[in-house]
Ligand binder design. Structure first.
Ligand SMILES: *Cc1c(COP(=O)(O)O)cnc(C)c1O
Length: 302
């Protein structure tokens, strides 16, 4: 617990998961690693921007098990970051593509590798899909265990929501376990209705895959995807977000970043205020991104 007073705020430190600076992409990567080992893949291909935590971790996984790794990346937004430098360190190679050709580039890259005799394994951007969702169903189980062990109940869980995979996993965990927690994803870029629709689809895909039956209504009423704190878009920050990052580092020694967790933490505080939440147990899931904290410092800390 880091704060008490009007509400008790707890942080689940997924940023401390023990691989490549942790984060939700590390949690997902453990499951992708299991799957690709089972499928005897010998080449990893994924997609993401130069600031992607997902691509850093996948490049690290590939290197650690001795597999080559290609990262398909949009050329328009490419700029060197600590994450992209790490990807290079791990020997991953970039395949640049314009935004409108990404889909074709992915298809072409995979079929070329197959022609060359490889068994490539493709991981969607951000680790989207049932495997990524399942990683956060398991995270929800850990939260339930913590509640039992500490005899408390979280009224709310907040976290940064991007592709919505993390949120979909948490919501599936909530539905499967019939928990009463409110899960609130703070969007870091997407707007509604698209942002919510993708999560609903991911939840349905996962529940169907696991043969659970829930009504469309049950699913919909559990999706709280808040798009009021996206600033001006993906990776775009503002003064309030920068102040939040400085304050949380100063007060608690916990690094946040401008793209994901800083935005989400700021959004959570605003949400608590505008909804007058009081005497609640609130859990913030720190989804990682520590290298982006250093990009924030490099850029002048504001
Ligand atoms: C990718 C990422 C997110 C968003 O996760 P999704 O599952 O794509 O919604 C949040 N925080 C950090 C630090 C991330 O790297």
């Amino acid at each position: 617990m880091i704060e008490s007073g009007r509400n008790n705020i707890y942080i689940k430190r997924d940023d401390l998961l023990p691989f490549s600076f942790g984060g939700n992409k590390a949690r997902k990567a453990f499951d992708f690693l299991e799957d690709l080992t089972k499928k005897k893949a010998n080449f990893i291909v994924t997609y993401g921007s130069s600031s992607s935590n997902h691509c850093r971790i996948i490049a690290n996984v590939a290197k650690s098990i001795g597999l080559p790794c290609l990262i398909i990346t949009p050329e328009e937004s490419f700029k060197p970051t600590f994450n992209s430098k790490l990807m290079k360190c791990f020997g991953a190679e970039f395949v640049f593509s314009s935004y409108d050709k990404i889909h074709d580039t992915i298809e072409d890259t995979i079929s070329k590798l197959k022609d060359e005799g490889y068994n490539p394994y493709f991981i969607m951007g951000g680790g989207h899909g049932n495997i990524g969702t399942n990683a956060y169903v398991k995270c929800f189980d850990e939260i339930l265990q913590y509640e039992t062990d500490n005899k408390l109940h979280f009224d709310y869980i907040f976290h940064a929501s991007g592709t919505g995979t993390t949120q979909a996993g948490l919501v599936c965990g909530k539905l499967i376990n019939n928990s009463q927690t409110n899960i609130v994803g703070i969007s870091i870029a997407r707007k509604n209705p698209y942002g919510s629709d993708v999560i609903i689809q991911s939840v349905q895909d996962y529940l169907e895959f696991k043969k659970y039956i829930f009504s469309q209504e049950d699913i919909k009423k559990n999706i709280h995807f808040i798009d009021s704190y996206t600033s001006t878009g993906y990776g775009k920050s503002n003064k309030q977000i920068a102040n939040t990052i400085q304050q949380v580092m100063s007060d608690y020694g916990i690094p946040l970043d401008e793209t994901y967790t800083g935005k989400a933490y700021y959004g959570m505080k605003q949400y608590i205020q505008s909804n007058n939440l009081c005497n609640k147990n609130i859990l913030f899931i720190h989804t990682g991104g520590t290298p982006l904290f250093f990009d924030f410092l490099n850029d002048g800390g504001e």
